[in-house]
Design a protein around this ligand. Structure first.
Ligand code: NAD
Length: 478
């Protein structure tokens, strides 16, 4: 019998009220693996009603009790990691090794917010002896969390953990392509970690139906959205009508800048990982590599050598897996023609990878284009695949100008041993996260979010507590 992924609402797996299902394939083979619920607006309303009913009691629990349950969710997740790694590897195509590392990060979100909620506090504000004035942080109530497919449980955890810790109930909407791991985790949370039913609901289906229904439901008081610009804009338009608060974590076209004084061997390794991690399906991917002109050729040679060592495959230890969705696979391939139209030739890669153990999977060869200028389409559009644009620059000012010449501003990298230069450039770059002498830096503790069209609001770190609470002043005349 074919497996089914259904929504998990009020502590129960439920069939979609629409009665509809869609097929899900394994991107490593492109064979059907299961049916996935295609829920609609009526399912959203049922989930919201369940969340509203559960939230009042959850809100009134002591923070220490909410925290204890979150930490328990992390413990169970670590214990059951194999099950989750398997589900998510099959659905995304991610190598198991990468999933194993991500799983630790997922658990850390619940441990971090489960602990930190105990010290979340307001302030006492001194306005003179006749008053006692203080602030407190109240939960919103029911929060919608809309998620992409590239790192499903990771993106879910970083929004869900602070939202639950602060006393909200959540309706999470994973991508229709990768909903299995979050449904399994929500079940574990309720059935094994003691999370009250209805506090975390997962609704499975397409964003075009569920997103607008969530945003229009007046009992949903805030939405945290992680995904692409277009869906973020559509959500923003609905939100504007009813003044619905949003956190928007959108795409990127991040600049990774290599100066001539960097350790070039380390930088070449880092620059390779920056555009190929998760087969480039990474919002913060360093997809524009800015290399100082006087080291350009030497550096590119080192880069190509690193890229040539990557091994694509379906197995646990592969460097990279396939592209998760068929639409994304087609989109990435279309950029090969766009690059060719602009007179570019790949220095390595440049096509879909097939043959041998790759079978009929949706693999793309990691691809490097040199001689790119920042006005070319491949340097401006978020490709969300393993395609790198290498752009030469002359000096510090030139690097900053090119890096900032983008609609987006999610992340940036700097490779240099000159500490003064590092601080100067970090101060000038228009991006929410600057990583120096490595590329990545996704810690639970540091806030993460975008400048410009990469979004607004911050996930991760203590700052995320402010995203999931409303600040209230209490002014008492003594
Ligand atoms: P997407 O925008 O297509 O989908 C994201 C989610 O939104 C999915 O659950 C989808 O079903 C839903 N959705 C679709 N249409 C909607 C609508 N009209 N209203 C509300 N929701 C809707 O993005 P994707 O292809 O799943 O993910 C890739 C994108 O996500 C990339 O642009 C990537 O950069 C971005 N992303 C950003 C971050 C970050 O932290 N900034 C992290 C991961 C991914």
């Amino acid at each position: 019998m074919i497996e089914k992924t259904m929504s998990y609402i009020g502590g129960r797996s439920v069939e979609p009220l629409t009665g509809h299902y869609a097929s899900k394939v394994d991107p490593r083979t492109n064979l059907k693996i299961k049916d996935v619920a295609n829920s609609g607006a009526e399912d959203v309303d049922a989930a919201v009603a369940s969340a509203v009913a559960a939230q009042a009691e959850w809100r009134d629990k002591r923070p220490s009790e909410r925290g204890r349950i979150l930490v328990e969710m992390a413990r169970i997740l670590r214990q059951k990691r194999r099950d989750i790694v398997e589900i998510e590897s099959i659905e995304t195509g991610k190598p198991g090794r990468e999933m194993d590392q991500l799983l630790d990060l997922v658990a850390q979100y619940f441990e971090f917010y489960g602990g930190i909620v105990n010290v979340m506090d307001g302030d006492i504000i001194n306005v003179g002896p006749d008053y006692h004035v203080y602030t407190r942080r109240d939960p919103f109530g029911v929060i919608g969390v809309i998620l992409p497919w590239n790192a499903p449980l990771h993106q879910a955890a970083r929004a869900i953990a602070p939202a639950l810790a602060t006393g909200n109930a959540v309706i999470a909407k994973p991508s229709e392509h990768t909903s299995g791991s979050l449904v399994a985790f929500a079940k574990m949370a309720v059935e094994e970690a003691g999370l009250p039913p209805g506090v975390l609901n997962v609704i499975v289906g397409k964003g075009s139906a569920i997103g607008p229904a969530l945003a229009s439901n007046l009992d949903v008081k805030k939405i945290s959205f992680t995904g692409g610009l277009k869906a973020g804009q559509e959500l923003g338009r609905i939100a504007a009508e009813r003044i619905l608060p949003l956190t928007l974590e959108l795409g990127g076209k991040s600049a990774n800048i290599v100066f001539d004084d960097a350790d070039l061997d380390v930088a070449a390794k880092g620059a390779t990982a920056a555009f190929t991690w998760n087969s480039g399906q990474w919002c913060a991917a360093g997809s524009r590599l800015l290399v100082q002109r006087n080291i350009h050729d030497r550096f590119v040679a080192k880069l190509i050598e690193n890229v040539s060592r990557l091994r694509l495959g379906p197995d646990y230890d592969a460097s990279n897996g396939p592209i998760t969705t068929a639409a994304q696979f087609e989109k990435i391939k279309s950029f090969f023609a766009i690059a060719e139209r602009d007179g570019l030739k790949p220095a390595i890669g440049g096509r879909a990878a097939t043959g041998g153990e790759l079978g009929d999977g949706s693999y793309i060869e990691p691809t490097v284009y040199t001689n790119v200028t920042n006005d070319m389409e491949i340097a401006r559009e978020e490709i969300f695949g393993p395609i790198l644009s290498v752009i030469a620059f002359d000096d510090e000012a030139d690097a900053i100008r090119i890096a900032n010449d983008s609609e987006m501003g999610l992340a940036a990298g700097i490779w240099s041993r000159d500490i003064g230069r590092v601080h100067r450039v970090a101060g000038r770059l228009e991006a929410g996260r600057i990583v120096v002498n490595e590329y990545g830096g996704g810690f639970v503790q540091n806030p993460c979010g975008g400048f410009k069209a990469s979004g607004y609001g911050r996930e991760q770190g203590i700052d995320a507590l402010a995203e999931y609470t409303q600040l209230k002043s209490v002014i008492i005349r003594l």
